[in-house]
Design a protein around this ligand. Structure first.
Ligand code: LLP
Length: 447
């Protein structure tokens, strides 16, 4: 079982995270509950920062907020000295509300609205990553109207297909994101960006996918980018001060995953960037990476209370929990495979094979297909590991299930960072049109 970070098993045989017994956390905050190991998040941030300091001091770690973003998370990321990548007005609003340093914010997105761009410009954020020609023109005009200038990167698609799930691949040419390097499309975009009066083109951005294990995809990407930079230096006389290589480093969800450490990843990038810059006789650019999953993924654990248990002899034993695809849609969406443990029986021998089902009205709402556990009874506490990334941020209210609370556990104390939704919150946005307000509810016979 892959215990990570500060996780351990205490003398009561219970799982502990950040020095907190999770059985106590479940009693205090309820279930389902996202528990984050704050120490581990901080450690991951420091590993990235330290790796850059050791291997490539002109480096930037930009946390990809889409993995998990709340006000507390923004504060933590700011404290650790990271930059932040946001992809919507909502994420930007969260960062600004948290007082995140605006000059350390990058704004992404393939269809930023006018309102979102105005919000970013008025806030004075550090950099906008422009995705397409339409945005380039709109942004230049908005700057004109607001009498401001802004730093931009152009997002390009290098044509690299990283070996990952097709829904989370983004670097291939046929993609909704970015300017393809092929067919002169990116070159034309660079030309237009250089002509734009209010935009300062700092460099290029690319992101080839997510949950990537093989460093070579990044190496090939870097080589392709430098080849392009070499060409356009000759044609347009422009070189990039900054190359942002996106996120994508994989993590260990289960025993079949063998990720590379952030240290190896940065060391590798530093080496290939140096080699390629040397070969093309280009100055070393500032290098940015945008890790999301590898900062927060392994630090998250979701606690569920076990309810109904259904044994179909010779077929399967279902253990049902009080959450599921609402708080973690990744199994249904990407066939993600998680590990879990019975948190209040962490020392007991595993004697059976079960499947963990969620409580949504959908057969696809399964969390784990095959899990070895000790004897389980209703009321036990199941801890699904490695759920820090893309769970709360992708959670829904399907079946009108309230979204869970989240806590940061740190050195023996646990603090709420997201309140549990209530039933009142679920209906807070519902509106009753006047013609339905006076409706008398008819009896079945009248209807
Ligand atoms: N930068 C850009 C431009 C991105 O599009 C992404 C992720 C990242 C950085 C962060 O990638 P990471 O280091 O977290 O792999 N919902 C999917 C993942 C979608 C990733 C989208 N972009 C999942 O649950 O696996």
């Amino acid at each position: 079982m892959g215990l990570r970070g500060t996780m351990g098993i205490n003398e009561r045989g219970h799982l502990e995270i950040g020095g907190c017994d999770v059985v106590d956390l479940a009693a205090r905050f309820g279930t389902p509950l996202y528990v984050f190991d704050e120490e581990l998040i901080r450690e991951q941030c420091r590993t990235y920062q330290g790796a850059f300091a050791r291997h490539y001091p002109k480096g930037r770690t930009i946390y990809a907020g889409k993995a998990f973003l709340t006000i507390a998370m923004c504060r933590l990321i700011a404290e650790e000295g990271l930059y932040l990548d946001v992809v919507s007005g909502g994420e930007l609003y969260t960062a600004l509300a948290a007082g995140f340093p605006k000059e350390r914010i990058y704004f992404h997105g393939n269809n930023k609205s006018r309102e979102e761009l105005v919000m970013a410009l008025q806030a004075g954020i550090g950099c906008i990553v422009v995705d397409n020609c339409f945005e380039l023109a709109v942004l230049d005009r908005l700057c004109e109207q607001l009498s401001c200038q802004v730093d931009i990167l152009l997002r390009v698609t290098p044509g690299v297909e990283a070996h990952t799930h097709t829904y989370i691949q983004t670097g291939q040419l046929d993609s909704k994101f970015g300017f393809p390097l092929a067919q002169g499309i990116a070159r034309e975009a660079v030309r237009k960006a250089l002509e734009a009066r209010n935009l300062n083109l700092r460099g290029l951005h690319c992101h080839i996918g997510s949950q990537i294990f093989d460093l070579e995809s990044f190496g090939v990407t870097v080589a392709i980018l430098f080849h392009f930079l070499d060409e356009i230096r000759d044609e347009l006389g422009w070189t990039a001060e900054e190359l942002n290589l996106g996120g994508g480093l994989g993590i260990k969800y289960n025993r079949d995953d063998s990720p590379v450490s952030p240290e190896e990843y940065i060391a590798y990038l530093a080496r290939v960037v140096r080699e390629n810059a040397g070969r093309s006789r280009l100055d070393l650019p500032l290098i940015g990476v945008e890790p999301g999953r590898s900062i927060v993924g392994e630090a998250g654990t979701t606690l569920y209370r076990v309810g109904a248990i259904k044994d179909l002899p010779g077929i399967r034993k279902y253990i049902t929990v009080d959450g599921g695809m609402g708080d973690n849609p990744r199994v249904a969406l990407y066939q993600a495979a998680y590990e879990a443990m019975v948190a209040n029986k962490a020392n007991r021998n595993k004697t059976q094979l079960v499947s963990v089902a969620g409580k949504c009205c959908e057969s696809g709402d399964m969390l784990i297909w095959d899990l070895e556990t000790p004897h389980v009874v209703p009321g036990d506490l199941l801890a699904v590991l490695c759920t820090g990334a893309y769970t709360y941020s992708m959670a829904s209210n399907y079946n009108r299930l309230p979204r869970p609370a989240a806590v940061f556990a740190y050195r023996g104390s646990a603090d709420l960072v997201v309140r549990r939704e209530t039933y009142e919150m679920l209906i807070a946005n519902d509106v009753l049109p006047p013609r339905l307000q006076g409706l008398e509810v008819r009896s079945v016979e009248q209807a």
